[in-house]
Design a protein around this ligand. Structure first.
Ligand code: NAD
Ligand code: TYD
Length: 352
């Protein structure tokens, strides 16, 4: 079974491709536009792997997508490609509308045309798995129960609104056209290959470079963290056993305030890479202006995927975070390549 992974050179997509090859010898077609967030270096260990086919292109390019769906006899699509950073969506929503909404629509149409021409058996076996986020549900107050799959959609920023729109399109392509879709809504991921514009990798790199660790507002916002490989294993389970047309929430029951996350990182770094002058990394924590429309709390109720598909995460927040810090310490070459001129331009714009 050949699978198509969109956004395969990004953070979660590349972790998924590597994870897939550690469990399977089936062919993978990786499609990525290589925006600032896409990095082929993440997939360089597959350069000699004849089962891996990389295509540089846009999910919205109907001719391109149609041609390789046929060429490789694709039997499942895992759709990761997106603009994914909330702060960037606030500065420039247009890319989010274009890729997350229009791009997903065009991809669905290319896939639907291809799927319509498959024979009955292949049609039945085919899957389109749409990877989405808990942010579509909006913000919880401190005492509210975690988001279940039935929670209403209340997105509050351009990123989450564009992801919510794409979820609705995927749902409609199932109900209207019968396309065999699955949707997953996952909490915040962290782990290797995470682009250092997001909280955890940004703080690891800033800590090591003796720069401020920027905490928005009071730092008491809550996110529910999942190690990226646990997200990958959940997606594999949904692809294998998920019921078509259904949504599965994915999370690790790891609610933490942002301040706790940054402090925990500092403790791990104090142990693994103590500062030469004996001072603590925590001293670098700096409170900065809050994000407009900043959601206060996300929390995922993952009981459906646990109960129906038997999936549970392997890592706790502490074990996953330690692995992540070690990965960044051991992969300085990757970090040095990523932190290029364009990246510095973003950091200056966002934090000056
Ligand atoms: P990312 O920004 O690291 O990667 C996105 C990838 O998509 C990049 O490689 C980029 O080049 C590619 N891409 C962008 N536009 C494209 C286009 N038009 N055509 C083809 N490729 C394109 O994002 P990520 O963190 O890996 O997130 C992947 C998916 O998972 C997204 O859909 C995101 O909404 C979802 N998600 C992310 C998280 C998280 O914490 N990061 C949590 C839940 C869900
Ligand atoms: P982020 O990693 O951007 O993910 P998301 O916005 O998708 O949840 O941010 C995680 C949390 O950390 C979020 O509440 C915003 C906060 N944050 C900071 O406090 N400082 C920062 O420099 C960044 C990038 C995020």
């Amino acid at each position: 079974m050949t699978i198509l992974i969109t956004g395969a050179a990004g953070f979660i997509g590349s972790n998924f491709v590597l994870d897939w090859f550690s469990h399977s010898k089936e062919d993978v077609v990786s499609l990525d536009l290589l925006t600032y967030a896409g990095n082929l270096e993440n997939l360089s260990s597959l350069n000699q792997n004849s089962h891996h086919h990389f295509v540089h292109g846009n999910i919205g390019d109907r001719d391109l997508v149609s041609s390789f769906l046929k060429k490789y006899h694709v039997m499942a699509v895992i759709h990761f490609a997106a603009e994914s950073h909330v702060d960037r969506s606030i500065h420039r929503p247009e890319d989010f509308i274009e890729t997350n909404i229009v791009g997903t629509y065009r991809l669905l149409e290319s896939v639907r045309a291809y799927w319509n021409d498959l024979d009955q058996e292949a049609k039945k076996a085919f899957r389109f798995l749409h990877v989405s986020t808990d942010e579509v549900y909006g913000s919880l107050n401190d005492k509210a129960p975690a988001f279940s799959e039935n929670y209403p959609y209340e997105p509050n920023n351009p990123y989450s609104a564009s992801k919510a729109a794409s979820d609705h399109l995927v749902r409609a392509w199932f109900h209207t056209y019968g396309l065999p879709v699955l949707t997953t809504n996952c909490s915040n991921n962290y782990g290797p290959y995470h682009f250092p514009e997001k909280l955890i990798p940004l703080c690891i790199l800033n800590a090591l470079n003796n720069k401020p660790l920027p905490v928005y507002g009071d730092g008491q916002q809550i996110r529910d963290w999942l190690y990226v490989q646990d997200h990958c294993s959940a997606i594999r389970e949904v692809l294998r056993k998920g019921k078509i047309g259904e949504t599965y929430n994915i999370g690790g029951w790891n609610e933490k305030t942002n301040l706790d996350v940054v402090k925990t990182l500092c403790y791990i770094l104090d142990e693994l890479k103590p500062k030469a002058d004996g001072s603590k990394y925590e001293n670098q924590i700096t409170y900065v202006k809050d994000r407009p429309g900043h959601d206060r709390r996300y929390a995922i109720d993952a009981s459906k995927i646990e109960r129906e598909l038997g999936w549970t995460p392997k890592e706790t927040f502490e074990t996953g975070l330690r692995k992540t810090v070690l990965w960044y310490l051991e992969n300085q070459a990757w970090v040095n390549h990523v932190v290029s001129g364009k990246y510095l331009h973003w950091i200056q714009k966002q934090y000056s």
